[in-house]
Design a protein around this ligand. Sequence first.
Ligand code: ATP
Ligand code: MG
Length: 195
Amino acid sequence: MSRKKGIMGGTFDPIHYGHLVTAEEVRDYFDLEEVVFVPSARPPHKIGQEISDPEHRYLMVVLATVTNPYFRVSRVEIERPGPSYSIDTVRYFKSVWGEDTEIFFITGADAFAQISHWNNPTELLSICTFVAASRPGYRLCLESSLQGKVKVIEVSALAISSSEIRRRVKRGESIKYLLPEAVENYIYKNGLYRT
Ligand code: ATP
Ligand code: MG
C-alpha cells in the first residue's frame, strides 16, 4: 500500500473541537495524506431523533475544516438516497482511490463499540483500518473477535459532545471555545438548536 487516507464520518450536529482534534491527531500519528469528513444524511442509528438539515451540517463542517489543508468534506452520503451506511461510503472511496490506498476509518470509542450493529461489519473491517479514538467517559471494551482489528489511540481528552452543545444553545448558555467561532456564528445566525 503506498497511500494512506482517512475518513471521518458523523452526524456533526454540530461539528466541534472533539471531532477536529481527533481527526488531526490521527492524521498526524498515521501520516495520512488527507482526512475526508463525511456528514451523514440519515444516520440509521439516529432515526426518530431530530437532526438538523443536512445542508446546515455540511456547511458547518466546511466552515470548521477550511483552515486545515489536510481536511476536506464530502457530500457523498448527503447525495445518496436512503439510510447512510458507512459500508457504502467506504466502498465508494475504495473505488475512487484505488486498491493501493489504505483507508483509515476514524471513529470515537463510543461509535466503534457499536460496530457489530452496523451494516456489514465484517466486510467493513476487512476493507479498511479502523482507528478508535479514546473519548472521555468511554472505556473501550471489545469482544475478542474485534481485538486486533482496530487501532486504539488516545487523543488529547476533550469532553465535548454535539448533544451538550445543542443543550447549551437551547438553554441560552455559552458554547464559546467548544467549537470554531465560524460554526458558533452559523448556529446563531440560522437559529439552530433553539427549540
Ligand atoms: P451526539 O452527542 O449528538 O451523539 P457527537 O458529539 O457524538 O454527537 P457525532 O457526530 O455523533 O458527534 O460523532 C461523530 C464521530 O466523532 C463518532 O465516531 C464519535 O465517536 C466521534 N466523536 C465525537 N465527539 C468526540 C470527542 N469529543 N472525542 C473523540 N471522538 C469524538
Ligand atoms: Mg455521538
